[in-house]
Structures are given as structure tokens and as C-alpha cells.
Design a protein around this ligand. Structure first.
Ligand SMILES: [Zn+2]
Length: 492
């Protein structure tokens, strides 16, 4: 029976372009993605989750749910149940292992699409070029599920190191790490096409390209080097599309192109920990890997969490009061006092941005950003904390719409060719869409919706405002029944 008239596919391929902004998808810069958009449906207003960071977003792609449900509340976060010695870094295999041991294998608290596939006897193969943690979180129970994960970073970065051994035996040594990551793109794409798609033939295949994210961060959005690697990764995508087109059953593939978040450029970098120390608040940054002598722990980027270690709510409120007086502050969140406001004066409730989980921090700050153009003319400019990303480099994590807006396109059974769909949707919809493509029901914890079906309820646009003396902030979201899509947020 041909599935041509149904929404069911035989196979699904997902290509993730880390950090890619939809406004970088043009016929000139990304001819293959532009061609693909014409063959499928482009969900132009797709969104990431908050924080719009890779490990949080990866887990939301895997579980079809926001951090409230899956529990990975930051790229790095203090998780006292696991350790009080340092802030856990979700990119590191050792920290992931520590968290899995302390939680009885429940670091990710929700079922992933990999879990649902495994229960249905279906196979998932992943070719990953991100961190060990990212490769882990896209299919947290890959080994138990009998699935296959290859990491371009080496066998110790994969849950299934035998996959790496198999690949190296066939294709030779892993490529050198260079910036931009041209060689890694080519090696990973060849593994996907010649090994995974042609030989393994899994029901679902996913490739995660680490570009343009890496070059956005370190070579700037819109620079000649970044545009060159963007064209390079687009060409790799083109070879995957050409491979599908050459198959006798090409019509039975659903292909999804996605990004996990966008990026904005940095206009300045500031030493937020140092500024807080000048106010008498001695904190430790996550990167220090120790909390010795600290009264609070913090993470950085263009947003971060603050966890009070000593001094309780008085310390929390004193830090928040100082932040509210600063021009650097964009947004502020704390535990819910009601549906909109947080316990801390002038803050939004963490529940309003789907971050109300038992692992939620005391405070989340977002540094100020706006839609001003960067030096290459791309809208979106904001502050970052001082670390390894240079001033001018890209960053993400916050609620600027250019960080939240993601690439999301799907082609194949159930998707209208050449359509542009402007509904509020996002990365949480990817897992239900993959499962629906194969005729499977979503896991009960999935709040996302399969994209080939019209949404049950019309999304309702909602705006929220709060603030305190001298500080006001605003958040726009789209309510979709029991779940929501975050559209943008900023200082008002
Ligand atoms: Zn990312």
C-alpha cells in the first residue's frame, strides 16, 4: 500500500543546524535550505524554549516539552541533590553521569521520542557534532533503547562508543578540530549519508551540525567566514536531499530541517560577578568548578541563574534590588508568587516561561538586548558576561525574538509543498511530529503538537508586564490550550 495519500511516512530524517536564524536562510546564502523550503512547509514563526540554550533546547527537541517537564533547566545549573561542590555543566559526560547516578536515571524526567520509538520497535541513529552532553540529551536512554549515536568528538562523547569504532574503521580518523568547522561538517554528513541512511536504514535518522552556532559565537554573525561555513553546511544538507531524491521510495521520507535557537550579537561584555562582589556579594561562576567561600552560585552568557548558598531570601532580594537599579538588566525572574509575578519585587514568575521545576533557581537574570543592528546589519544586539566569547560575538539564552526564532521546515507526507505557515509553534513540536509521521502517538508528557495537523485550539496572543520603581519588563507569548510558545521578552 502506498502511503502517498496518508500522512504516514516510512522514514524520517532530521537535520539540525545549531544556532541558525531564519533570516540567514536566503537563496544566496543557503540555496539548498531555500530550495527545501519551496518543497515543504516553512514554519516561519517557530520558537525555541527558555533558556534558549543548546542543552535545554536539545532536551526539549527530544522530549517535546519545556524545561518545566524535562528538568534540564540550564546549560549549566546548580543541582544540590547531585552535588554541592560545583555547578553542573550539561556539556560534560562526567557531570551528566553524576546527575544520572544521583537521580536514579531521571536527569531527564520526561519520555523522549527515542523512548517512544524504542517501545514501538523502531530504530533511531544519531550523527552528532556537538558536546558529549548534547549528544546524550537528544536520546538520553540511547543505550537502553538499543539505538546508535556517533559523535564527531570521539568515542568517549557517545553513549554507544561502538558506533564510533564502526565509523572510524570505515571512514578513517576523525577530522581535526578547526574553526570554522568545515571538516567536521563534511565527515559527519558523509557518515549520515553513506553509513546511516544507505547501510543502517534506521526508521529515524538525526544529524546535528555544530555550525553556524560555533562561528556565530567566535567569528560573528554575518562575517565572511561565517557565511562561508553556512554555505558549506547548506551544501552538506543539499547532498542529503540529493541522496533522498535518488531513492525509489523518496516520497515516503519526511525530512525536517530545524535549529535549536537563534543568536544575537554582543555589544559589550561585562564582569557581572565582579560588579556583584563590589556590592559585597561574593559569588562563584559556574566555570570556576568550585563554590568554596561563595554566598551564591551563578551562570553567565547573556542570561544566567543565581542560586543563594548563604543568606536566604534577604541575600536574594538584595542582589535583585541591585540588579533592578542597573541599566544592564533586561529581565528578571523568580519563583511564582502568582501566575504572572515572581516572589521577588518586579520579577516575572518562572512559571510564566515554563521554568517552574523543582530544580528552578532563586533568580534568573537576562541582560539587556534590543533589535539594533550589529556591525553586519543583523538585528539583535545585547550584553554578555565576560568569558571566552569576544565582544561582537554572538550569544543566545535570552528571550530576544532573534534568539527565540528558529528554523523549522518539514517536507514529505502530510506537509504542503511551498507553504509558509505562520502559526505559533516551536522545537517542542518536533518530537510529536516525528512520531506522528510514523503513525505513533506522542508520549503523555509531550506538550508539543504534531505540525502536520491543524492545531486544535487557535493560539491566543498574550502580553504581560511587570516591574518595580525604575524597572519594567514585558513578555509576549502564544497560549495553545494547556501549553504556550514564548514569542519574545525584553525590558520595557
Ligand atoms: Zn545550540
Amino acid at each position: 500500500m502506498s502511503p502517498a495519500n496518508t500522512t504516514e511516512a516510512q522514514r524520517v530524517i532530521i537535520c539540525v543546524f545549531d544556532g541558525l536564524r531564519p533570516d540567514f536562510v536566503t537563496p544566496e546564502q543557503t540555496p539548498n535550505l531555500a530550495r527545501f523550503a519551496g518543497q515543504g512547509t516553512w514554519f516561519r514563526d517557530a520558537r525555541s524554549v527558555f533558556p534558549s540554550m543548546t542543552r535545554v533546547a536539545t532536551t526539549s527537541i527530544a522530549t517535546g516539552a519545556p524545561p518545566r517537564v524535562h528538568g534540564v533547566v540550564g546549560n549549566a545549573f546548580l543541582f544540590p541533590q547531585v552535588t554541592r561542590e560545583h555547578v553542573l555543566d550539561m556539556s560534560r559526560a562526567d557531570d551528566i553521569a553524576l546527575a544520572e547516578a544521583a537521580t536514579g536515571g531521571r536527569l531527564v524526567e520526561a519520555a523522549s521520542f527515542g523512548d517512544v520509538l524504542a517501545q514501538a520497535g523502531k530504530r533511531l541513529a544519531v550523527v552528532h557534532s556537538g558536546s558529549a552532553g548534547s549528544a546524550y540529551l537528544i536520546n538520553p536512554r540511547a543505550r537502553a533503547n538499543g539505538h546508535w549515536t556517533f559523535s564527531i568528538l570521539g568515542r568517549e562523547h557517545s553513549q554507544t562508543p561502538e558506533a564510533n569504532d564502526e565509523v572510524v574503521a570505515r571512514f578513517g580518523p576523525l577530522p581535526p578540530r578547526s574553526l570554522p568547522r568545515f571538516e567536521e561538517i563534511d565527515y559527519a554528513e558523509q557518515v549520515l549519508r553513506e553509513h546511516v541512511l544507505a547501510e543502517m536504514k534506521p526508521d529515524v535518522a538525526l544529524i546535528w551540525f555544530n555550525e553556524p552556532d560555533t562561528s556565530f559565537h567566535y567569528r560573528f554573525l554575518g562575517s565572511p567566514e561565517t557565511l562561508a561555513v553556512l554555505k558549506h553546511v547548506d551544501a552538506a544538507f543539499g547532498r542529503i536531499l540529493d541522496w533522498v531524491a535518488a531513492q525509489p521510495d523518496a516520497d515516503e521520507y519526511v525530512v525536517i530541517a530545524a535549529s535549536d535557537h537563534g543568536q544575537i550579537s554582543s555589544r559589550d561584555a561585562l564582569d557581572l560577578a565582579g560588579l556583584l562582589r563590589e556590592q559585597g556579594h561574593a559569588g562563584r561562576r559556574a566555570a570556576e568548578r568550585t563554590l568554596a567561600g561563595a554566598s551564591f552560585a551563578m551562570t553567565g552568557g547573556n542570561m544566567g541563574e543565581i542560586r543563594i548558598l548563604e543568606g536566604g531570601t534577604a541575600k536574594r532580594d538584595a542582589i535583585a534590588a541591585w540588579l533592578r537599579e542597573q541599566e544592564l538588566l533586561g529581565m528578571l525572574f523568580s519563583k511564582a508568587r502568582n501566575e504572572v509575578e515572581g516572589e521577588v519585587e518586579g520579577s516575572f514568575a518562572l512559571s510564566l516561561v515554563d521554568l517552574d521545576h523543582a530544580r528552578q533557581p532563586d533568580l534568573i537574570y537576562v541582560l539587556r538586548s534590543d533589535d539594533a543592528p550589529d556591525s553586519y546589519g543583523n538585528p539583535g544586539l545585547g550584553l554578555i558576561t565576560k568569558a571566552d566569547v569576544p565582544v561582537g560575538g554572538g550569544m543566545h539564552g535570552g528571550l530576544n525574538r532573534h534568539e527565540l526564532n528558529t528554523v523549522l521546515m518539514a517536507r514529505g507526507p502530510g506537509f504542503e509543498p511551498g507553504a509558509v505557515d505562520g502559526r505559533a509553534c516551536g522545537i517542542v513540536d518536533i518530537a510529536p511530529t516525528i512520531l506522528r509521521s510514523l503513525g505513533l502517538q506522542p508520549a503523555q508528557t509531550m506538550t508539543g503538537q504534531a505540525l502536520m495537523r491543524q492545531v486544535d485550539a487557535e493560539a491566543s496572543l498574550q502580553s504581560f508586564d511587570t516591574g518595580a520603581t525604575g524597572f519594567a519588563q514585558r513578555l509576549d507569548l502564544a497560549g495553545r490550550g494547556a501549553s504556550r510558545i514564548l514569542l519574545s521578552g525584553s525590558r520595557a
